[in-house]
Ligand binder design. Sequence first.
Ligand SMILES: Nc1ncnc2c1ncn2[C@@H]1O[C@H](COP(=O)(O)OP(=O)(O)OP(=O)(O)O)[C@@H](O)[C@H]1O
Ligand SMILES: [Mg+2]
Length: 264
Amino acid sequence: MITLADVVKFFHRGTVNEVLALNNVSLEIARGDCITVIGSNGAGKSTLLNCLAGSFFPDSGTLRIDDENITTWPEYRRAKFIGRVFQDPMRGTCGAMSIEENMALALKRGMRRGFSLGVKAADRERFRAQLRALDLGLENRLRDRVGLLSGGQRQAMTMLMATLVRPRLLLLDEHTAALDPKTAKQILDLTREIVERDRLTTLMVTHNMHQALDFGNRLVMLHRGEIILDVRDAEKAGLTVQDLLERFYTASGERMESDRMLLG
Ligand SMILES: Nc1ncnc2c1ncn2[C@@H]1O[C@H](COP(=O)(O)OP(=O)(O)OP(=O)(O)O)[C@@H](O)[C@H]1O
Ligand SMILES: [Mg+2]
């Protein structure tokens, strides 16, 4: 169980630019929960994920993983049990290193790493098998620099790397949004496969309402830093995009502003 209790996060507090990005957010994430997170631009979705990852600390409130209070754990310490994939395919991999070096580094997550980048033969075979399953031809390019790959290929690698060592929490922040529709679907299919296979506890931010309804067992809607909808299982399965738009309107008094969301 991962718990956020009364989490508050301001940016530029006390200035004219003050933003209340998370306003008393409480959320209990059960083991194996796969939650899609939606909400309009600036709703606080990325801030929620960043708070969980420790990119910054909340101004107040607590974060726990099981019985451990991790509120002030620095990012690197949480990175041992959190896998992340961002919107930007360049962010999750190191372009100057080879495919196998990137994967070897991912394999060392959670261990004390002496930065030896030697790749063991057994690991290499494991990487090759996993890359072959992607069906992108990467299994024959283990020594190629990642900088040579396409955005979609890099994002597929980032997914593999984020989950190579089973994370206790997987954070996906619009991780298919920068890809063309065909590649986006491939990465989403891969995500589903890995999440279901390893029963990963997951938060996935998306602007695509169909995706949000289709993926996972639970859906959370944020608006101005507050959770205005939290539905799961049968209730979630019964929802349509139209329902979501109406729920948003009822809870916020606003139309969902983004065409991206309507068209998604
Ligand atoms: N590092 C930061 N410094 C200052 N303000 C920030 C920072 N990160 C987020 N904010 C502000 O906090 C609010 C919430 O931002 P956040 O990025 O969480 O929104 P979001 O729901 O992810 O939106 P989007 O759909 O556009 O990605 C916004 O008003 C944003 O401008
Ligand atoms: Mg965001």
